[in-house]
Design a protein around this ligand. Sequence first.
Ligand SMILES: Nc1nc2c(ncn2[C@@H]2O[C@H](COP(=O)(O)OP(=O)(O)OP(=O)(O)O)[C@@H](O)[C@H]2O)c(=O)[nH]1
Ligand SMILES: [Mg+2]
Length: 470
Amino acid sequence: MPELLSKRYRDQLVTWIGRPCHFQLLYKISRDGCSAPTFHQKCDGQGATVTVLYNTNNTIYGGYLSQSWNSNYAYINDPNAFLFRLQYNGSSNPLKFQVKNAGYAGYGQSDYGPTFGGHDIFTFSGTVSPSGKAFSLNGGFSLGQSYNLNGQNVDTIANNSLQVTDLEVYKVIDGPGQTVPDLDKPWREHDGWTNETMQALKESLLDYKPMTETSVAAANILLIGQIGAGKSSFFNSVNSIFRGKITSKACSGSFEHSVTTMYRQYKVKDFSKGKFLNFRLCDTRGFEEEFALDAQEISFILDGNIPDRYQFNPLVPFTPDTSGYIKDPNLKDKIHCVAFVIDGSTVDVMSDKVQKRMKDLQVRMNHRGLPQVVFLTKLDKICPDVNDDVKNTFTSTAVCDAVEKVAEIMGLPRAHVLPVKNYESETKLKTTVDILLMQALQRCLDFADDYMDEQLDKMAAEGKNVRTKD
Ligand SMILES: Nc1nc2c(ncn2[C@@H]2O[C@H](COP(=O)(O)OP(=O)(O)OP(=O)(O)O)[C@@H](O)[C@H]2O)c(=O)[nH]1
Ligand SMILES: [Mg+2]
């Protein structure tokens, strides 16, 4: 069971403690059970310790004592003690709160978990069973009793929440320790954020061609999802990259009903080379809480029956009698990869209705063997660090959590959930934003290739000679 305290936060604690030291894990509720007797058995008499709580808001806070824990119903006198916050709502945001009543720095009682002040932080008493992955600790806060809060309060330090995924107690050992694995390392491998990476991605997309054995000139990627999720913005963003400046060809915005009412198979033109790229981004009407996209209509889109620029009409769904119906679509007309566009800032509040709607659509896609990915948008809204700099995407715990949650909801592997940040208020292109967008697109095209390959095999098995090679 891994230690959760990252290198960055260990370094911060060492700075605050003020002498070279390192940390050895003594007690961890997710490993040892959340039980006061166990805590005392493992931590009493161990000298200086640091207690760290990880709450479900992605906030990390706790306290340091230079004196040992005890089970004697006795306050611990410690002028060196301090409380701290390391991370707030997923973002690194360290603050230290020095003890003001040293005589009440900590409190040792056999039936209490770690307790600081009188009682600024009282973690739990007795035994607490986990519910799911979290523990609802049964203690309480009285922050400010024995520690100086410097204008902060229980909300800004701890979200007033003792709902934790873990609580760890580390022994503080003098002297530098062995190198700790860097937990700040990205949660997903990526190729870096340099201009060269960006150029390489651009080149590779410019060079992209669907497999030559197919008659398909351009891979079709369907953008689908709730209204306002950022489908049209995704096309605009990709288009901007190849245009060389921010453009907004597809209407985007926030309205009660879908801004996009027409099915559009957008092509992207590279202005430096004056050529079109070999993929199309197919923009659809967004679905709403009360308005379901007609599932049959989606099937027609997937199968290539619906023409470019078809005007959706919620009152009259598309049928084979609708003008423009493409009767015998072939592989080039079909969708080759589906990208669910999901607003990362609303993942936590996604209604059951919307989830069900997406599941229903997935059934149709699975039936066709269509690869599916998620473009997780509006990352800037879920993590202030990402808002500051998109470079922080793959080290942000908030983004990592959102990716995990979406993967679970959609029943897709985590690697299929691709975080992106669309251009929305920017006036200039940014290398980092370009990289994230193009990486997502590249993944989609890889999946589209796999799908086309599979279709060729299938047709070959059915006796249709479609491959020109092999
Ligand atoms: N902060 C932020 N805003 C975004 C992002 N992507 C899109 N938006 C904003 O979200 C709003 C909706 O975006 P659209 O691209 O119109 O969404 P859509 O999915 O096409 O919506 P419909 O066509 O109405 O179904 C716009 O105001 C965008 O500027 C993003 O990554 N970050
Ligand atoms: Mg739209």
